[in-house]
Ligand binder design. Sequence first.
Ligand SMILES: [Zn+2]
Length: 271
Amino acid sequence: MPLDFTFAAFDAFCQRIAPLSVFTLAEYLSATPAPTPPFVILRADVDYREPSALRLAEIAESCQVRGSFYFRHRIQKGDSALARLILRGVSRQAPAFNVEIMSNVASLGHEAGYHFETLDTCRGEFDAAEDLFLTNLAHLRASGLAIRTVAAHGGRPLAPTYRHNLDTFSRAPDLFERARLLGETTLSVDFTRVIYVSDAHWRWRRYEAYQPGVTGKPTSLRAIMDALSDLDVGLYINFHPHQWFASPALMLYLRARNRIGRRVLSPARTP
Ligand SMILES: [Zn+2]
């Protein structure tokens, strides 16, 4: 098995799941009757480094599996205090959607979706966040992308008025209908029917009956692949493409640097 968080490891994973039923979120949410195990829901939250997402999309396509790739609208000058961090080089975000890469990913047969963080951008102001959400969605659709599902970006809230970007929908459940969306990647999934696995922060974690804010059990991609044939529920797996590299040495260096950075920034949350 190639080293985790390398393109070779992602390729091995895609080859392993290729014989199974693999769904995008949109396919899974619209499937009737509901899929029976074993099946896989393949998701990628593209926080930044969009070219890595395109590479993973190409690898998956070469194995004839399809997934959902969610892209951020990265913050523009003047949007918020975060914009100042971007301009000073503290954040790795750059402005706007990378529509070209989103279109390339979609053209490979994957689902391209919107990874939204509008409550963060609007500092917890719900009306402004909803307006921005709908504006960004309209922009993507006007660019030729059929956005059917969305994924909330995680992280700590930037104002006391909300706990998570998911609250956009908790506060306005009819937003799905008004925005012509099939669903959201957390709120619309029945987590009693799937095991959720995520590589967030370069650590694989496995969640039985996932809930936002709860920490899962440590695992590895190898363990996930080994357990596939024994699963009596679906596997819902979430990759963060910015953590995946062609070079094992570069991946190891950046992962170590990330862990040191997180320890400095957030000592109470680092095991
Ligand atoms: Zn994210």
